[in-house]
Design a protein around this ligand. Structure first.
Ligand SMILES: [Fe+2]
Ligand SMILES: [Fe+2]
Length: 182
């Protein structure tokens, strides 16, 4: 009998790493990093290629709002709670700090989107252009440092504390989350 994965949208392929949740987080970080590079390049051309630059800022903001949000939910709703069951003092504080960093990144994404919208309506507003450049650079720096730490420390803690059952449950929830978002 042919087994059909009911959570997999028809005709849509899913990332190969979804069965290995910690590897999947690292792969998502690379996709986010690619968008941060696009964002940095875009604001460097805000003056000479304004329309193109604003389009790129808009699409990066939309990606971080959608894919970035799913990624944060994977961590905060599926991965962190299962690590917390076994973690000790310093590790718990580390996870709390990652959540604070998520809120900070979200605030910058929201600013990025608002400032981009403002300039889409009136591209000549020089002070808003300057603020958008600062927002984009700060967001890229914050997110990059956060992901570098997760790639090193979170994955190490995760490998130490998550067992096969935890990993299977996390993979299931990641799939479910994406099937709802599709
Ligand atoms: Fe994170
Ligand atoms: Fe992450």
């Amino acid at each position: 009998m042919i087994q059909v994965d009911l959570l997999k949208p028809a005709g849509k392929s899913e990332p190969a790493t979804l069965d290995r949740p910690l590897d999947h987080l690292v792969a998502c970080h690379q996709r986010i990093e690619d968008k941060l590079v696009v964002l940095e390049r875009a604001v460097a051309h805000l003056e000479d290629r304004t329309d193109e630059a604003l389009y790129a800022c808009h699409s990066v903001g939309a990606f971080l709002d959608a894919g970035g949000k799913l990624h944060t939910e994977d961590e905060e709703e599926s991965v962190f709670p299962r690590i917390r069951k076994h973690a000790v003092g310093e590790e718990l504080a580390y996870l709390d700090n990652l959540e604070l960093q998520h809120r900070e990144v979200e605030a910058f994404v929201s600013r990025l989107k608002n400032q981009t919208k403002h300039l889409e309506r009136d591209p000549a507003l020089r002070p808003v252009r300057e603020t958008l450049v600062q927002t984009a650079l700060k967001l890229a720096a914050l997110y990059r440092a956060h992901m570098a730490s997760e790639n090193e420390v979170l994955t190490r803690i995760g490998r130490a504390h998550l067992d096969e059952v935890d990993l299977a449950e996390i993979a299931f929830e990641m799939r479910l989350r994406r099937s709802h978002a599709a």
